[in-house]
Design a protein around this ligand. Structure first.
Ligand SMILES: Nc1ncnc2c1ncn2[C@@H]1O[C@H](COP(=O)(O)OP(=O)(O)OP(=O)(O)O)[C@@H](O)[C@H]1O
Length: 610
């Protein structure tokens, strides 16, 4: 029998590919210690591995090989079907030795901490105890038992649609591209930024990377559009703002040197602001064209979060700006959805995006109120509209575990002198100023580390490692290169314990990693670092704000729609999930998932070309 035809997950109006012209658009310590000292890490890690970093790498490598060997032990005692089939071509297993100090401290610690982290479970599986609950109202997701140090997902290749847009940008076209949540807008944007920076290699400040909000800007390594433009809050008229910019040498230079202006998350850019920016560009660059003839590349999804409302004034979207159609010469809609593979879920989300839910989808969303038990012990991330709810939820969960605790205070830097503005900008970083971690805490990685450890990967703290002690045990011994490295700790600064996390990867694979601090920067196109933060790239992940979740891909999501108040919020929250099985929705109400009428109307004016 031929296999049933599989449906390709596509975004809304998926039978058509849109390519519309502007004309059609309307305008580890031994005891329970808590360290609270600031971390004195250097903001920029050295390229060459220092002695300490090399030691951490050795520990990590040894840990990886240990995971592999423990997996084979586990496999033997379990079903043969879980074994990786071995072939005669398999290379012999390479045995790595843990440094002596690791055996004495972190490894022993890791055994203890697992017991603490996973409660009564004596299972050798790291992710929690199993629960034999399976009723009609409960979904039980069994835990996988595999471990992995090196699992690699397929590399991402741009789709034809994405490549086409990239080529147009490379040819100098000003354009806007959109697409539903998970259609690969951010992936494409990263390629566009890379390519544009390569194109203007000799004048790095020619490429201005901006976004509507600080969080979105941080996600793409750029600045807010306000910051780029040098307009403060931007409340004055375009002429007054241009005057202000002209008095600011740095801001004027930025406007003059920019050849490509990238604006991400445009749904949150106010229409009046768009017009003002277009006009300021003309004035500063003394060119009549909008933005003074800078190539403008805009992306975002107007069905997601709208501009922040100014009091009682009606929302004005960027596509309503007078200058929109004069600036944007081509508009594209990415039609293939990557985040969700299940066509039913993709269709449900698209119906929600357009505010046209079928009875079937409503019934399906309502059925998602069931409890989900993840037997590997990693729960869903609950998404809340308000930050206070996020903090309360994470604090309550932290209070419920008894593992050892470590406090990491971020090291902040940058050129901004205005303390209020600096604090505001720092608050946009995903990394908090003060990060409290505990053994057993559910965490999310907030940096891409490699192909499998990416922003959004979930895990649990299984212990804290003292890398400096590991080095001291060998102090005075020659390094692999023969040189003594007694001062290697200087590259990391303090002797603070580093968290060891067991991450859960696609397919249930587990991976243990020691997490080192990382640095986030808000950088102007000329390389000036306005603010920077060095912190451990982890956040507590029992709860997260919907605002911060924008742009994220999450496997386990819980949303209580009773708390959602803004149009687009429900769509953003629910579309973070990769599957229906990993999504719990409480108080589903079709009224809560309305699309903004202006956006629905606007989307109808878009010309479609097959
Ligand atoms: N060409 C591609 N091939 C395979 N996977 C892709 C491709 N493009 C994007 N993805 C994957 O799809 C997921 C969603 O991508 P991305 O975050 O870029 O979507 P988005 O349109 O920006 O979503 P949102 O609007 O929700 O922020 C990511 O996991 C990403 O790795």
């Amino acid at each position: 029998m031929p296999p049933p035809a599989t449906k390709q997950p596509m975004s809304g109006l998926r039978s058509v590919k849109r390519d519309f012209s502007s004309n059609s658009l309307r305008p580890a310590s031994q005891s329970s210690t808590t360290s609270d000292d600031p971390i004195a890490w250097e903001p920029t890690p050295p390229k060459k591995l220092s002695g300490l970093e090399q030691r951490l790498k050795d520990i990590q490598d040894a840990l990886n090989s240990q995971i592999s060997s423990s997996e084979s032990t586990l496999s033997q005692s379990q079903s043969q079907s879980q074994k990786r089939p071995s072939t005669s071509q398999d290379p012999p297993a390479k045995r790595r030795q843990l440094p002596q100090s690791w055996d004495e401290k972190p490894h022993a610690l890791s055994q203890r901490s697992r017991a603490a982290a996973y409660g009564a479970s004596s299972s050798s599986r790291a992710f929690g105890a199993t629960r034999q609950v399976n009723t009609n109202e409960t979904l039980v997701i069994p835990s996988a038992t595999k471990s992995s140090a090196t699992s690699k997902p397929a590399p991402v290749f741009l789709s034809q649609e994405q490549t086409h847009i990239l080529r147009l940008v490379e040819s100098g076209q000003s354009l806007f591209y959109t697409g539903s949540a998970g259609a690969g807008k951010s992936v494409l944007l990263r390629e566009i930024i890379k390519s544009m920076r390569k194109k203007y290699l000799k004048s790095p400040d020619a490429v201005a990377v901006t976004a509507s909000t600080g969080i979105a800007a941080c996600n793409i390594g750029g600045v807010t559009i306000h910051s780029f433009a040098g307009i403060g809050l931007g409340t004055e008229s375009a002429e007054q703002l241009a005057n202000k910019v002209q008095k600011n040498r740095k801001a004027t230079t930025r406007w003059l040197r920019t050849k490509v202006l990238i604006i991400d998350e445009v749904s949150m850019v106010d229409g009046d602001l768009f017009d003002k920016l277009a006009r300021i560009g003309s004035i500063i660059r003394k060119r009549p064209e909008p933005f003074g003839a800078i190539q403008v590349v805009v992306t975002g999804d107007f069905f997601q979060l709208p501009p922040v409302n100014k009091g009682s004034a009606a929302v004005k979207f960027a596509f309503e700006a007078d200058m929109w159609s004069q600036t944007i010469k081509k508009t594209f809609n990415l039609t293939k959805v990557f985040r969700q593979r299940d066509p039913e879920f993709v269709d449900m989300l698209n119906e929600m995006r357009f505010g046209r839910l079928s009875d079937r989808s409503i019934a399906k969303f309502k059925s998602l109120s069931r409890e989900i038990i993840y037997e590997d012990g990693l729960g869903a991330t609950e998404l809340f509209p308000r930050r206070e709810d996020v903090e309360r939820s994470n604090t309550v969960r932290m209070g419920g575990i008894t593992g050892r605790e470590q406090v990491y205070n971020a090291y902040d830097g940058g050129t901004i002198a205005d303390l209020q503005q600096r604090d505001k900008m720092l608050a946009n970083f995903m990394a908090p100023k003060r990060l409290v971690l505990k053994e057993g805490a559910q965490v999310m990685l907030i940096k891409n580390m490699d192909e499998t450890l990416v922003n959004g990967t979930m895990g649990k703290i299984i212990g804290f490692v003292d890398p400096a002690a590991a080095l001291d045990d060998d102090a005075g011994k020659p390094s692999s290169k023969g040189a003594k490295e007694p001062k290697a700790t200087a590259s990391l600064g303090s002797r603070q314990l580093l968290p060891m996390v067991e991450f859960l990867q696609p397919g249930g694979l587990r991976r243990q990693v020691i997490i080192q601090p990382d640095t986030w920067k808000v950088e102007l196109p000329n390389g000036e670092v306005q603010v920077s933060r060095t912190q451990i790239p982890l956040i507590l992940a029992w709860a997260m704000s919907i605002h911060k979740s924008q742009g994220q891909t999450l496997e386990r999501v819980k949303v209580d729609l009773a708390k959602v108040f803004e149009k687009g919020q429900a769509y953003v929250a629910l579309s973070r999930a990769t599957s229906l099985d990993g999504l719990q929705v409480l108080h589903f109400d079709p009224m809560k998932v309305q699309a903004h009428p202006k956006v629905v109307e606007w989307s109808k004016t878009l010309e479609t070309v097959s």
